[in-house]
Design a protein around this ligand. Structure first.
Ligand SMILES: Cc1cc2nc3c(=O)[nH]c(=O)nc-3n(C[C@H](O)[C@H](O)[C@H](O)COP(=O)(O)OP(=O)(O)OC[C@H]3O[C@@H](n4cnc5c(N)ncnc54)[C@H](O)[C@@H]3O)c2cc1C
Length: 598
């Protein structure tokens, strides 16, 4: 095995072009330490960013030839023509809810020409679905049961001073719950009132109850969904989990789904004190890698980070309670060893399990055994390219009753550069669809689950469903307007076997204690990623970013470096609820339920 030579990598990356020199945002710590980060997705890039700003010497190794992980965008092979770049595609559309705070903080620190707030200014801010700049949406709960255009947005005004009054809180949540039902014709007052009660239970639950009780209960059982209407099951139970994080409500823990609902709720009802308040939804104004990831990588290079692409972490060499080195394997199968003071795994759980549960690693930190019980599911994107932009059903599209859990975002009116500047110049709209359930039967053109379909069958089912549901409202959703389509290349079809190279971790019931905390019992080994224990507790870019921050701080602590602490943001929760949460902690200790549990 050849020893890794940093000098050769410096030489190898010298021609890639560094960003113009600019002042460092944070004070650099004295006494550089060497950190090897494995995985250059959101989490790994955050670790690199925070530590490079504090004077650490950082090397990032990624198994792929491109950085950004699941958040990256990429070109459709063979689609470039006439000097234009390839049509842009992505693993899944990028939605930045208004309650995200860690991701925006990282984005603000990435310079972008003409933007005072760096790549953060590349996010389009959407105050509401039905925004004045024409961002609409469309939702369908069955054939002939769709609405399209500008959805209603009349969230009630919350009075923060009265949130500690249980009667007021319950009324406020009841009024707000009606907004979550999406299609006005289907609102079910009794069921939505009970949903509001469940939300009241969660938002007034103490941290202790969330960990000890709600992590062990499914979202489905918590909402008593089995006793409710199909519509409630599809919109409230299913879409709050499947549509956002690809986990079925029957197995998603309340402590994960509840966090999503809680964060959305306060983002809608209360402005965040200070300058960081953001509207409900934000989307990028161009392909993700172009307007975010690539400028980020340039900034990290400027800070001295070295990137080694096509290097897969294969094994760690553990001696007692320390990692002595790591073995990486390149695209040709050649192994090399990596020497560093600190080792950070920022790779997805499905790739990390083999490395982190090797016998020598487990001997030093038996708690990592829990990783074996973590689960992944499939959530992957299908790109649909249209000749003319959507006119009415543009914005967020959701087919609530489709067993494949279909959601989409149309991008023409979000992007600052015209879409016709890509491909052969004939595409003027991109509908980026997430398929979040792959093991349930289709319903429009096939009864097979997506996992058993061919590429063409998957496209046909999704396209036919969109045309059936929204075509009557929007003439652009018609076969004559279709240019082409492209399925996420992570999905491969080999000899009749369909595989997914990039599944998503799902936060199932009872898994909090099985997830790594960031630092491990091995003094110089750290685990980052969207799947470790975070306050966000949701597999997302925000969770991955927070995980990166936890690890960066842990490395600082281990190194004993007196640098500016790594800031870690929680989503905003009104402090007026602290009293009810303290009461809940007392009731839990006394064996009593939350005050809103009936
Ligand atoms: C379809 C879909 C849509 C989504 N939509 C959203 C959204 O709208 N908003 C949102 O907030 N989140 C969304 N997410 C979730 C979000 O994309 C992820 O949670 C987040 O990007 C994960 O970041 P990460 O760094 O933890 O992991 P990853 O992004 O998976 O990055 C891990 C990196 O490690 C590399 N790697 C893997 N194995 C090795 C190895 N052995 N050695 C070295 N490198 C390795 C990979 O190549 C990759 O670059 C979506 C996810 C999916 C799948």
């Amino acid at each position: 095995m050849r020893q890794f030579s940093r000098r050769s990598f410096i030489a190898g990356t010298a021609g890639l072009g560094l960003a113009a020199s600019m002042p460092t945002v944070r004070a650099r710590a004295s006494g550089a330490r060497r950190v090897a980060v494995f995985g250059g997705g959101m989490s790994g890039l955050v670790v690199a960013h925070e530590l490079a700003e504090r004077g650490f010497s950082v090397d990032v190794f990624d198994a792929r030839p491109v950085l950004g992980g699941k958040a990256r965008s990429f070109g459709v092979p063979g689609s470039a023509a006439g000097g234009r770049p390839e049509l842009p595609a992505e693993h899944g559309f990028r939605f930045f809810p208004g309650f995200y705070r860690n991701v925006p903080d990282s984005m603000r620190r990435v310079p972008f020409p003409g933007n005072p707030d760096g790549v953060l200014d590349n996010l389009r801010r959407i105050s509401a679905i039905g925004d004045q700049d024409g961002f609409g949406g469309a939702a369908s709960s069955g054939p002939g049961r769709s609405i399209a255009g500008f959805l209603p947005s009349d969230a009630p005004n919350a009075d923060p001073g009265r949130l500690d009054d249980p009667a007021y809180l319950r009324e406020l949540l009841k009024e707000s719950a009606a907004q979550f039902a999406v299609t006005p014709m289907d609102r079910l007052p009794g069921e939505m009132a009970d949903f509001a009660r469940c939300v009241a239970v969660y938002v007034t639950s103490s941290t202790q109850r969330r960990r000890a009780v709600w992590d062990n209960v499914s979202w489905w059982d918590f909402l008593h969904a089995a006793q409710k209407s199909t519509y409630f099951q599809q919109t409230i139970a299913n879409m709050t989990t499947m549509g956002l994080v690809a986990v079925k409500p029957q197995i998603c823990s309340v402590s994960s789904a509840g966090n999503i609902v809680e964060a959305f709720l306060w983002n809608v009802l209360l402005p965040l004190p200070g300058p960081d308040d953001a509207p409900v939804a934000r989307f990028l104004n161009g392909p993700t890698s172009q307007v975010w990831i690539d400028p980020w990588v340039s900034e990290l290079r400027r800070l001295g980070v070295r990137f080694h692409l096509n290097y897969r972490l294969d094994a760690l060499s553990v001696d007692g309670a320390r990692v002595r080195g790591a073995r990486v394997v390149d695209g040709s199968g050649t192994a090399r060893s990596v020497d560093a003071d600190y080792f950070v795994s920022a790779i997805p759980v499905d790739r990390a399990t083999g490395v982190l549960t090797a016998p020598a690693v487990l001997r030093a930190d038996p708690s990592l055994e829990g990783i074996r019980d973590l689960r992944t599911e499939w959530m992957n994107g299908l790109m649909i390219y249209l000749r003319q932009p959507l006119q009415v059903a543009r914005g967020v599209l959701g087919v609530l009753d489709h067993p494949w859990t279909l959601s989409a975002v149309s991008q023409a009116h979000l992007w600052s550069r015209g879409i016709s500047g890509y491909g052969n110049g004939q595409v003027n709209e991109i509908v980026s669809v997430d398929i979040s359930t792959w093991d349930r039967p289709g319903m429009t053109t096939t009864t097979k689950p997506a996992r058993e379909c061919t590429r063409e069958e998957i496209f046909t089912e999704v396209w036919a469903t969109l045309v059936q549901r929204f075509g009557p409202y929007d003439p652009s959703l018609a076969p004559a307007n279709l240019h082409s389509w492209f399925l996420d290349p992570a999905i491969t079809f080999d000899g009749g076997v369909v595989r997914n190279a990039e599944p998503l971790t799902v936060q199932t019931v009872g898994t909090w204690s099985k997830r790594p905390k960031g630092p491990t019992a091995i003094g110089n080994l750290f685990v980052a990623g969207d799947w470790i224990q975070t306050n966000a507790n949701v597999v997302s870019m925000e969770g991955a970013n927070e995980g990166g921050r936890i690890v960066a701080q842990a490395v600082l602590d281990a190194a004993g470096v007196a640098a500016e602490p790594v800031v870690r943001y929680d989503y905003y929760v009104p402090p007026q609820l602290d009293g009810l949460k303290a009461l809940d902690a007392q009731r839990l200790a006394a064996g009593q339920p939350n005050i809103f549990e009936s």
